[in-house]
Design a protein. Structure first.
Length: 494
């Protein structure tokens, strides 16, 4: 029994020992985990850079083609043969200097024929002008005859007036004769009444009847005289009218001939002027066979040689003014919306460490066109619409080759002596941008900043930092958290 109790006691002691050991092990583990969790974090090695003042620009880069001012390609004005090329490539030329002479014998023949035709038209016009003078003289004579007739016919008019007076007098006589007849007939009736009553003799009645007949005869004579005078009056009027109408008709015919003569002179004058104008045009075309310089500049290219046959529009040579150098651009519509005249520009030859030349945007088209139709094929973008623009160098480079492609950097905006940072320093993952700084305890802290003008690699800080502050370049790993201990990389390396 005692042995059994003794064994049981030993077994209990073993369990207590194992339980204690396990408890001590678990407690030690928890204590070690707590120490691990509460240990100080390892400092993160970062780079610190000072905040400085600097200049910042917003730019766009394009490519363009170099041209000289007033650069132009002269073309043949006619179908002809190149007689002589009077200049060489690279030669300086003056305004009005002869460059190329062309030869076209057929035009000289046409000009000679035109000159002969003009001489013939001048003779015809001179003849017509002589006819005009004759027509004017004929009209003057006809008008003078008419005026003389009208002045000389005053006596005829006096005769008409006399005839009118005689006619009026005879008409009055008729009136008086009618009144006398009426009185005589009344008297005859009265006498017949008295005779029937036996108061008078018959011879008194007969005498009165004779008187009535005499009065009737006088009345008929007076009426006849009126008709005769009226006929004579009308004949005299018709005679004068016919003569005047005849003279007026001669005047009208002379006026018609004068108008026709003037019309012929006017028509032939215009015809002559037209022929003279055509002659001058052909003469000018013949003079155009000598191509002269329209500017003072330099010969850039010559495309023909002596003896070459050319047609109208054939390109002969190219010239330009080397005192002004331009760059022609084809901007995308997106970039064109940002560009304005007079913006500063930097121009450089394509290649490393090439010299830069300064200039300004001189002009910008307000109408976009197809990139395929633009002069700068390098700038077209798969046929997309582009906007032509012109840049003028401030000072001629004397080294840029016309027709060559160059880099063009247009400065849209520029700030000088402002707080600037590299774009990779600014964190934009949150609603407001910030930078990491190291506080006085050497731990990371967020510093909100306000951004201004942004360039390709730098950004302007308008508030939140000052020159002389130091900011942290965020490492890719591990990500920084507020309170993270920081150590400057330079110190670790040392």
């Amino acid at each position: 029994m005692k042995d059994r109790e003794k064994n049981t006691f030993k077994t209990g002691i073993k369990w207590l020992m194992w339980s204690g050991a396990i408890a001590v092990g678990i407690g030690g583990s928890l204590f070690a985990y707590g120490l691990y969790q509460n240990r100080s974090p390892e400092p993160v090695a970062v780079q610190l850079i000072p905040v400085k003042l600097g200049d910042i620009e917003d730019t766009i880069n394009e490519s363009g083609i170099v041209e000289l001012a007033d650069q132009q390609t002269l073309k043949s004005p006619v179908d002809a043969t190149v007689d002589r090329v009077l200049v060489k490539i690279g030669q300086n030329i003056t305004f009005g200097q002869s460059l190329i002479t062309l030869r076209d014998p057929t035009r000289q023949t046409i000009l000679t024929k035109q000159e002969l035709a003009i001489q013939g038209k001048k003779l015809t016009l001179e003849n017509l002008r002589q006819k005009l003078v004759e027509a004017e003289e004929k009209l003057s004579i006809a008008q003078e005859i008419l005026e003389n007739y009208q002045s000389r016919s005053s006596s005829d008019f006096s005769e008409i007036e006399k005839q009118e007076l005689s006619l009026a007098n005879n008409r009055q006589k008729v009136v008086e004769a009618k009144e006398n007849l009426a009185s005589s007939e009344q008297k005859l009736l009265d006498l017949k009444t008295l005779f029937e009553k036996g108061y008078i003799a018959e011879n008194e009645v007969k005498s009165q009847e004779d008187q009535v007949r005499s009065v009737k005869v006088s009345l008929r004579d007076a009426e006849f005289q009126i008709k005769s005078d009226l006929l004579e009056f009308k004949n005299l009027q018709n005679k004068l009218l016919e003569k005047e109408q005849e003279l007026q008709a001669k005047v009208m015919n002379a006026e018609a001939e004068l108008r026709q003569a003037r019309l012929d002179v006017s028509t032939n004058t215009r015809d002559l002027q037209t022929s003279q104008l055509e002659y001058r045009e052909k003469e000018q075309e013949l003079q155009n066979n000598i191509l002269t310089a329209s500017i003072e500049g330099k010969i850039l290219n010559i495309k023909v040689k002596n003896g070459d046959g050319v047609t109208r529009g054939t390109e002969l040579l190219t010239l330009g003014d080397p005192t002004k150098e331009l760059v022609k651009l084809q901007l995308s519509t997106l970039n064109a919306a940002k560009v304005k005249p007079n913006q500063a520009v930097r121009i450089s030859i394509m290649g490393p460490k090439s010299k830069q030349f300064l200039g300004r945007v001189e002009s910008l088209f307000i109408l976009a066109g197809s990139g395929e139709s633009s002069g700068n094929s390098q700038s077209n973008q798969g046929g997309q619409a582009t906007v032509p623009a012109t840049v003028k160098l401030d000072t001629p480079s004397r080294t840029l080759i016309p027709g060559s492609q160059v880099n063009v950097e247009i400065i849209l905006q520029q700030r000088q002596k402002v707080v600037v940072l590299n774009t990779e320093v600014v964190v934009r993952s949150e609603s407001k941008p910030f930078v990491w700084i190291r506080d006085s305890q050497g731990k990371a802290q967020k510093k909100p900043v306000t951004l201004g003008l942004e360039g390709l690699t730098q950004v302007e800080i308008t508030s939140g930092l000052r020159a002389g502050d130091r900011v942290v370049i965020p490492p890719p790993e591990p990500p920084l958290e507020p309170g993270t201990p920081l150590t400057e990389e330079a110190k670790i390396k040392s």
